[in-house]
Write a protein that binds this ligand. Structure first.
Ligand code: IPE
Ligand code: IPE
Ligand code: MG
Length: 233
């Protein structure tokens, strides 16, 4: 079976999952982190090489302070207990997104995890936090402007390849497959540049119900897709 090298996941539907059970939204996030752990593990088992997960968007600040605080506290606690497993699996952790607005205790934990997993090569795990695809592109443009001003690059050398080097996922092959759970059929400002040629897979299953078997279904569907990249059929 043709397995994607890199999958991107919009882990959506935690709130609806909780609501349907009469639980507070936060319980959906808690259950969602368990699935995240399982899906990373299963991705490794399937021979997938990289996974990029959307955990908090630049737009998610619009939620209640109670929910946002819960998410950050839960993530910081999660990182601490998850570290050992990630290292044992030979995974390298990368945090993509703005680092200037998140609470320091969380950024500190994430940066420690990045440093401790830095040499690992078997698998790359990117987590997008306070991330927006538009922000990513604007940041790249700003960095290019600085390098241009400092004579590090010439205008004629700015092309798609060089531009992508300035993005958060530089050096990583772009996602082959995007999975979005919970029925919404939109990108919600995730990896705008990198998803240019990804295959999209949407499922009505809420993220806390997205178990191993659901990942298998997504990969199976991907394996049947005919990726043409503009060629004739
Ligand atoms: C995804 O689930 C998690 C985050 C966006 C942080 P949601 O919290 O968006 O759940 P729904 O979409 O409201 O059900
Ligand atoms: C996208 O989900 C962001 C994450 C999963 C982290 P949202 O629930 O925020 O997206 P919208 O609001 O439905 O577009
Ligand atoms: Mg949502």
């Amino acid at each position: 079976m043709k397995v994607p090298k890199h999958i991107a996941i919009i882990m959506d539907g935690n709130g609806r999952w909780a609501k349907s059970r009469g639980l507070p939204r936060t319980m959906g996030h808690l259950e969602g982190s368990k699935r995240f752990r399982e899906i990373v593990k299963e991705s490794l088992n399937l021979g997938i090489k990289a996974l990029t997960a959307f955990a908090f968007s630049t737009e998610n600040w619009a939620r209640s302070k109670k929910e946002v605080d819960f998410l950050f506290n839960n993530m910081a606690g999660f990182v601490k207990t998850y570290k050992k497993e990630l290292i044992a699996n030979g995974a390298k952790f990368n945090f993509i997104g703005r680092r200037d607005r998140l609470p320091q205790f969380l950024v500190g934990e994430l940066e420690k995890l990045e440093a401790e997993t830095y040499p690992n090569k078997k698998f790359i795990l990117n987590v997008a936090l306070d991330y927006g695809g538009r922000w990513d592109i604007v940041e790249a443009a700003k960095k290019i402007a600085v390098d241009y001003k400092n004579n590090k690059i010439k205008k004629e050398n700015i092309d798609e390849l060089l531009f992508s080097d300035y993005l958060s996922l530089s050096g990583i092959c772009p996602p082959d497959l995007l999975i979005r759970t919970s029925g919404e059929k939109r990108i919600s400002n995730f990896l705008l540049w990198d998803l240019a040629y990804a295959e999209f897979y949407f499922t009505d299953i809420h993220w806390p119900d997205f178990k191993k078997s659901q990942l298998h279904l997504a990969v199976e569907e991907y394996s049947k897709r005919d990726r043409r990249f503009g060629r004739d059929a």
